[in-house]
Design a protein around this ligand. Structure first.
Ligand SMILES: C=C(O[C@@H]1C=C(C(=O)O)C=C[C@H]1O)C(=O)O
Length: 278
């Protein structure tokens, strides 16, 4: 993998939330020496774990599970500073009454699953039973769950189980509970040479700037691809956060602290970064 001529294998999340950072790479094509593989977050998490890709916007909780092997690429995040809209917890009863009930978790996710477990325990004081479901094909409520989590573009659908009365935006709940932003995904490197990662970092800065400068136009051109209106997509992208700044890092560290407290990760990891200064 440290072979000078081997391409850098970059993961891309198929959800619309990832597009603004990768906008330039997708819209104009990746730079020479970068090969893109796409999928849902848990698929990319698995590819990075198995060394089948070198770097990707993986679930932020994954870093804590591989802190000895991965490094975080500075500057980039898929995050929220309050409502995120695309991470929705739907429940048939008030969350404080979910003790011992079945809550279904989407196999596509890793971070939001832990975020919901944290909130259920520390904000709502309950310990449900958890089951997995495929949010692309399965109806967790028909299967008997009292609550279910949805992520990504599936969670943005206007017709998402309208008969389930109570729903929580987990970005908003996290902010209400901690006063902090939330980092759902960070770009994590498990492979690639230092030079490749430095070049990728520069390319991503440009790609994100292109996405920001052309947001409304890109929303028009990609609306049909994602299955939303241009106005909706533009607003959604405008409201998400793509900068891994100090408050976002405080939110991430606090999330790791709480995840460790409820036993989802062995301990709060120290975040190690790729050195992009050279
Ligand atoms: C904001 C989102 O964040 C996502 C949630 C992830 C997770 O729960 O593991 C991983 C990557 C992000 O795409 C979303 O999917 O809507």
């Amino acid at each position: 993998m440290d072979d000078e001529d081997a391409p850098l294998r970059l993961g891309h999340i198929t959800y619309s939330n990832c597009f603004p950072v990768h906008a330039g790479l997708i819209d104009r094509g990746p730079p020479a020496g970068v090969r893109i593989t796409e999928g849902v977050p848990s698929y990319l998490n698995g590819l990075l774990d198995r060394g089948e890709i070198d770097v990707a916007p993986c679930s932020s909780i994954e870093f804590a599970r591989h802190a000895g092997d991965y490094r975080v690429l500075p500057d980039f995040v898929i995050g929220s500073r309050g409502p995120v809209r695309s991470i929705q917890f739907l429940t048939r009863r008030p969350p404080e009454q979910l003790d011992g009930c079945t809550v279904a978790m989407p196999t596509a996710s890793a971070t939001s699953v832990v975020l919901l477990k944290v909130l259920l325990r520390v904000r709502w004081g309950v310990q449900p039973e958890f089951v997995w479901f495929d949010q692309a094909t399965e109806d967790p409520f028909a299967a008997g769950a009292e609550g279910a989590l949805f992520i990504g573009d599936v969670a943005l659908r206007a017709d998402l189980f309208p008969d389930v009365p109570t729903r929580f935006d987990l970005g908003a709940e996290w902010m209400a509970h901690t006063g902090l932003p939330f980092a759902f995904a960070v770009w994590q490197a498990g492979g690639g040479t230092d030079a490749q990662l430095r070049d990728l970092h520069a390319a991503l800065l440009e790609s994100r700037a292109y996405g920001l400068a052309n947001r409304a136009e890109l929303a028009r051109r990609y609306a049909e691809h994602f299955g939303f209106s241009a106005e909706f997509l533009d607003r959604y992208w405008a409201d998400l956060s793509y900068e891994l700044d100090e408050p976002m890092l405080r939110g991430l560290n606090h999330f790791y602290e709480l995840a460790a407290q409820i036993g989802e990760i062995p301990s709060q990891p120290e975040i190690r970064f790729v050195d992009v200064a050279g």
